[in-house]
Ligand binder design. Structure first.
Ligand code: HEM
Length: 403
């Protein structure tokens, strides 16, 4: 509900502003682009969940909330989401050091998120905590369920979004001819004298850019095992196999998205796979069981509830990034371009690329000025979400009882 397709229209303004800050951070501190992306992803979810943005990498709430996620296999009503989606356990690199008091189990974590939700309900701006605290009695939600619902925004939305943006940067640096095509399209539609708007990002106006975003989701699908295992409610027979009700199914998205029948040359980054003809059919003639042409957000009733938010944020932030920069591999100590290894991942179950160096070269002097001016204005517009939290981890540790 907080991140459904209707609700996310209301998030466009702060998503746009946070993207402007993100692009400015790439310009000013290109070597630390991963931290900039992680701050951006946490900030978007924090504004939605608790009505407050994250301006600094060392923000108290972001540190505690995210360390907790890593420490306790945070509980969603009925499911250990963090356990079921190993990549959700991966947290921003600046949040790794873990204080020992956080290794205490889900009760402390839930209590902490519940206290944050109570505090978020008092924030000035509309947010998911306000809605939940108002509706808790009516919906008969336990404190634990309320905590799980807000906590899930961080668990579901941060690492997935961050890793996808990083993968796109790798793809742009590793496949320069693709970046050139995206630039040509952006130059024709937007030009250099203004930055792209939401209206520009429509797939009818910028089809190639939209295809770049989709190809990133296929090429480096974050949730390689498609997230949470699903189960059939009734017995099913399929291809000579019998599956009693309640069988656990894990979708191997890595293999599905690399099936050569559907995606020839699967390791090549080819946005053309996601271009459609005038009848809405895939131009490469692919017959895929769904209209989206792949399944990076899972399937069925438990499909990613954050998909509209994720897509909206990705097309805008990646679109602006590609409009603004020529992205190239970084330089070694001798000043030579480093050779990028597109097959190097940080962990086997996660597709975030191994750390790599990249350069973000503004595409013109006027682009640079636009980036800086827009980020300054964005900061002003985001001021209404500024704020410090009063909730401390000790509050949860000292009073872990929950309904
Ligand atoms: C690139 C971005 C993202 C990808 C690739 C992604 C992918 C996934 C996948 C594969 C699942 C499991 C679906 C299934 O079991 O069939 C999932 C679940 C979920 N995602 Fe996302 N996600 C992304 C962004 C987000 C965002 C931004 C949010 C919210 C802020 C979010 C919230 C959730 C939640 C709450 C679930 C659990 C849904 C349920 O069990 O009913 N995700 N996601």
């Amino acid at each position: 509900m907080a991140v459904g397709s209707q609700a996310v229209r209301n998030y466009r303004s702060f998503q746009a502003d946070e993207s402007r800050v993100l692009i400015r951070d790439f310009l000013l501190d290109p070597d630390d682009f991963v931290s900039a992306i992680e701050r951006y992803s946490v900030s978007i979810t924090s504004i939605i969940g608790w009505g407050r943005r994250i301006d600094r990498k060392n923000d108290y709430v972001a540190q505690q909330a995210l360390k907790l996620m890593e420490a306790v296999n945070f509980v969603v009503p009925g499911i250990f989401l963090m356990e079921a989606i190993p990549q959700m356990l991966r947290l921003p690199t600046w949040l790794y050091s873990l204080p020992s008091q956080l290794r205490m189990g889900a009760a402390i974590g839930s209590r902490y998120f519940y206290l944050l939700t109570q505090e978020g309900a008092e924030a000035k701006e509309v947010n998911f905590s306000k809605y939940l605290m108002n509706a808790q009695q009516k919906l008969r939600l336990t404190d634990m369920e309320v905590a799980g619902l807000t906590g899930n925004l961080i668990g579901g939305g941060v690492d997935t979004t961050s890793s996808t943006i990083i993968s796109c940067i790798l793809a742009m640096a590793a496949f320069p001819y693709i970046q050139t095509k995206a630039h040509e399209e952006l130059d024709a539609v937007v030009g250099h004298n203004r930055s792209p708007t939401w209206e520009d990002m429509d797939a009818n106006r910028l089809p190639y850019l939209n295809a770049v975003v989709k190809e990133t989701l296929r090429w480096r699908t974050v949730t390689v095992l498609a997230g949470i295992p699903h189960a059939n409610t009734k017995p099913v027979s399929y291809n000579g196999y019998y599956f009693p009700a309640g069988t656990n199914f894990t979708g191997n998205m890595w293999a599905i998205h690399r099936n050569k029948r559907d995606f020839p040359d699967p390791d090549q980054f080819k946005p053309e796979r996601f271009l459609v003809d005038e009848n809405g059919k895939w131009m490469d003639g692919r017959q895929y069981p769904n209209k989206y042409g792949m399944n990076p957000f899972g399937w069925g009733r438990r499909q990613c509830s954050g998909q509209p938010l994720a897509e909206q944020g990705l097309v805008y932030s990646l679109g602006r990034m590609i409009w603004a920069f020529d992205i190239k591999p970084g330089l070694d100590s001798q000043g030579n371009e480093v050779k990028l290894d597109i097959f190097a991942y940080t962990e086997s179950e996660n597709t975030r690329p191994e750390a790599f160096k990249a350069r973000f070269i503004p595409r013109s002097e006027s682009t640079k000025k636009i980036i800086l001016a827009e980020a300054a204005q964005a900061h002003e517009e985001l001021r209404k979400y500024d704020g410090e939290t009063r909730v401390r981890m000790e509050d949860a540790i000292n009073n872990p009882a929950m309904v």
